[in-house]
Design a protein around this ligand. Structure first.
Ligand code: BTN
Length: 324
């Protein structure tokens, strides 16, 4: 095992240099060098004469060692690439997916220089947020991918609730909201041939520790830190998300996404409300009544003209004043 695993196995107890050297298969002199290297990477390691070393803290960085520690997922998060900065984790994940990296690979970045949102918008990604993308190989028809975005939103909602106790709601099709402000956005992008999705990248941007947002976003975006009044660790949320997403996605791929969609629908603020939806150049007005099995939003039209099924669009909920 490596030195970090050996220190973790000590569960906060001191381990002597000799014990660590034996467990990690290195010399005692090398133990000191490894400890220094781990400290440079943000690990808190206490060293005491005659007692040895113990691990007192780990960095809140979505790197492979941290994400995999105690991860309940089997497929998602087994491979993790952690970058300081990249243009867009969705681009990086697609590149790795095309190079053969397996389903479940996660690409996380501390900062993105060209983060993207839906409908060609920019996603601002300053440090403090959680930005990551996952490689999926669903082997489904492109037409069956509709539920993926909202299923990811349901998994993120679960993870935030489990890790922080905070209630959030889903705004169809891809936002997570808290107090009317946007906490997270999701962008699913597919590539494939002949109508099959060979490779899908699902990217998530969650506002975690941002203290504030620049002008155009202020009042429309919010971070967990602003909502909870404290710094929030990102890695436990990522781990909880990966376990929930894996559960919903693998079951959905096998048996259909009905159960996952029901969970999403139960937590979707859009439903039961008057909405205006901009979809493909037209404006649909009415009451959002349900999610169909393909993830489409069904709106009972205001003019009594039946229902409209919307696959992609921009919802304005009454009282929310539009997009974030
Ligand atoms: C939206 O709200 O329209 C979706 C925002 C998605 C942002 C995430 S951040 C990680 C991944 N990389 C990107 O370039 N976009 C997604």
């Amino acid at each position: 095992m490596d030195l970090l695993t050996a220190l973790r196995a000590g569960k906060g107890r001191f381990l002597s240099g000799a014990e660590l050297a034996l467990a990690a298969g290195v010399t005692r002199a090398a133990v000191w060098k490894h400890v220094e290297e781990l400290r440079r990477r943000g690990y808190g390691i206490e060293a005491r004469p005659r007692l040895g070393y113990r691990l007192v803290s780990a960095p809140d960085r979505p790197c492979a060692e941290e994400v995999r520690d105690g991860l309940a997922a089997r497929v998602f998060g087994r491979e993790v690439i952690h970058l300081e900065t990249t243009a867009s984790t969705n681009d990086e994940a697609r590149r790795l997916g095309q190079a053969g990296w397996p389903e479940g690979t996660v690409v996380a970045a501390e900062e993105q220089t060209a983060g993207r949102g839906r409908l060609g918008r920019r996603w601002s990604s300053p440090a403090g947020g959680l930005c990551f993308s996952m490689i999926l190989r669903p082997g489904l028809a492109l037409a069956d991918l509709g539920p993926l975005t909202i299923v990811a939103a349901a998994a993120l909602r679960r993870a935030i609730l489990a890790e922080t106790g905070l209630e959030t709601s889903i705004k169809w099709p891809n936002d997570l909201m808290a107090g009317g402000r946007k906490l997270a956005g999701i962008l699913a992008e597919a590539s494939g041939e002949l109508g099959r999705a060979d490779l899908v990248v699902v990217g998530i941007g969650l506002n975690v520790n941002q203290a504030d947002f620049p002008r155009p976003l202020r009042g429309r975006a919010v971070s967990l830190r602003q909502l909870l009044g404290r710094e929030v660790r990102r890695v436990p949320i990522l781990r909880a998300f990966l376990a929930s997403f894996e559960d919903l996605y693998l079951r959905g791929r096998k048996d259909g996404f009905a159960a996952a969609l029901a969970e999403a629908a139960a937590n979707t603020s859009t439903l039961g409300r008057p909405v205006r939806v901009r979809a493909g150049g037209r404006l649909v007005e009415g009451v959002a009544v349900r999610l169909d099995p393909d993830g489409a939003l069904v709106v009972a039209l205001a003019d009594g003209g039946g229902e409209a099924r919307i696959h992609a669009g921009e919802v304005e909920e009454a009282g929310h004043g539009g997009r974030a």
